[in-house]
Design a protein around this ligand. Structure first.
Ligand code: SAM
Length: 270
């Protein structure tokens, strides 16, 4: 079930009722969830759960969920959205245990509603990798996606992330949404390059979601050789070189034969 992402007033009436009725609450960090429960005046048993927890922990939770009310929360927001829970829900469903959802706050959706960027199609891409090369590979993979992109990020890294995205995705509008629902909530907008310059030497404090506009139809994103190779490596996991080359060439206005030759060379490397 979802819990607030900063403002404790955002807990839903249903989340409160189910937490109060739960026989057991599985959470990431007992101290964090304990604080929420104290705020709500609820006292229920807590147990730690992560997707990398031992399979026996998961099996015990599922056995209990078959006969009792077991609630799953993460530290903040919606479980499973860059948080634990997926393996537990999958295993519970496989075991025939009833699973219900208690929706509520999630930073990704909150940021999308604040950014002023298209909302008709969006792709949530979780956290960007730590290393610049890996970040640029992810950006290349997403460059042709005709949807608003949503990333989770951190203050110390946001300047470098923006610079990498600006380099690979080109002149797109973006928004840095920070400390959502909290006292210092803000949403700063600009092009990726403008935002990269703003945060280069001034890392912002607090929690951050980065929202990036879809590609402009009129201007296909220019990819350098490294970005073409990275995009091809990602596409070749799922499709043959001919299709990978055709898709990438069409999206970025590239010469199809040249991209196909790269795709074949990369395939042969494996
Ligand atoms: N499951 C959570 C959700 O539904 O939003 C996200 C958990 S993820 C481990 C934590 C990341 O979410 C933070 O690093 C930040 O990128 C984003 N985040 C969480 N709360 C936020 C807030 N109040 N303002 C901005 N970003 C937030």
């Amino acid at each position: 079930m979802a819990t607030p992402i900063g403002n404790l007033g955002d807990v839903t009436a249903r989340a409160k009722a189910i937490l109060a009725a739960a026989d057991l609450i599985a959470c990431e960090d007992k101290r964090v969830t304990g604080k929420l429960l104290r705020h709500l005046g609820i006292k229920r048993p807590l147990t730690s759960y992560h997707d990398h927890s031992d399979a026996r922990v998961r099996d015990d939770l599922i056995a209990r969920a078959g006969r009792e009310v077991v609630a799953l929360v993460s530290d903040a927001g919606t479980p499973m959205i860059s948080d634990p829970g997926f393996k537990l829900v999958r295993a519970a469903r496989a075991a025939g245990v009833s699973v219900v959802t208690v929706p509520g706050p999630s930073a990704a959706i909150a940021a999308l509603t604040l950014a002023g960027l298209p909302t008709d199609r969006f792709l949530f891409a979780g956290f960007l990798p730590n290393k610049s090369k890996a970040r640029r590979d992810v950006a290349s993979e997403l460059a042709g996606v005709r949807a608003t992109l949503i990333f989770y990020d951190t203050g110390p890294r946001i300047g470098a992330s923006l610079a990498d995205l600006a380099e690979v995705l080109g002149p797109r509008e973006a928004a840095v949404a920070r400390e959502l629902t909290k006292l210092h909530e803000e949403c700063v907008t600009g092009t990726l390059a403008e935002l990269a310059a703003r945060y280069a030497d001034a890392p912002p404090k607090g929690e951050i979601v980065l929202v990036v506009a879809p590609p402009l139809d009129a201007a296909p994103v220019a990819l350098d050789d490294a970005a073409i190779d990275a995009a091809l490596r990602a596409l070749l996991v799922e499709m043959p070189p001919s299709k990978a080359a055709r898709d990438l060439a069409r999206r970025h206005g590239l010469d199809r034969d040249r991209v196909y030759a790269r795709a074949v060379a990369i395939k042969d490397e494996r």
